[in-house]
Design a protein. Structure first.
Length: 120
């Protein structure tokens, strides 16, 4: 899977992200930036949710992250780690804690492994 396909899948599955402020200044030629901004978007919606574990969009995002984590394409897994998870972890502390709790509750083992590698 090439980078533009990965970005197109992301944007097609998550129209709220496409309409969000996190995407306004995004360079679509740099997939890691698109995924980093997606990580920031995730942090924002988790921080705004009363119960993020039952939020349908958050659950769908975690399913998508699980799919990425089992990809045989190293570029896909790199986007997950160096793009999405890196942005999640580098945000403000209270936001990160809530996001990490949500991710740990919803992700399967492969995605958790990628998250753990990034966190170390």
């Amino acid at each position: 899977m090439i980078y533009c396909e990965i970005v197109n899948i992301l944007l097609g599955r998550f129209p709220h992200y496409l309409a969000s402020s996190e995407i306004e200044h995004c360079d679509f030629d740099l997939p890691h930036v698109v995924y980093a901004n997606f990580g920031r978007y995730f942090n924002r919606i988790v921080s705004e949710a009363n119960n993020p574990i039952s939020n349908p969009e958050i659950v769908e995002i975690c399913k998508f992250l699980d799919e990425m984590a089992v990809s045989e394409d190293k570029n896909v897994v790199d986007l997950l780690g160096a793009g999405f998870f890196e942005a999640v972890i580098s945000d403000k502390k209270p936001t990160v804690e809530k996001s990490l709790k949500t991710l740990n509750a919803l992700l399967h083992e492969d995605a958790k492994r990628v998250l753990k590698q990034v966190a170390e």
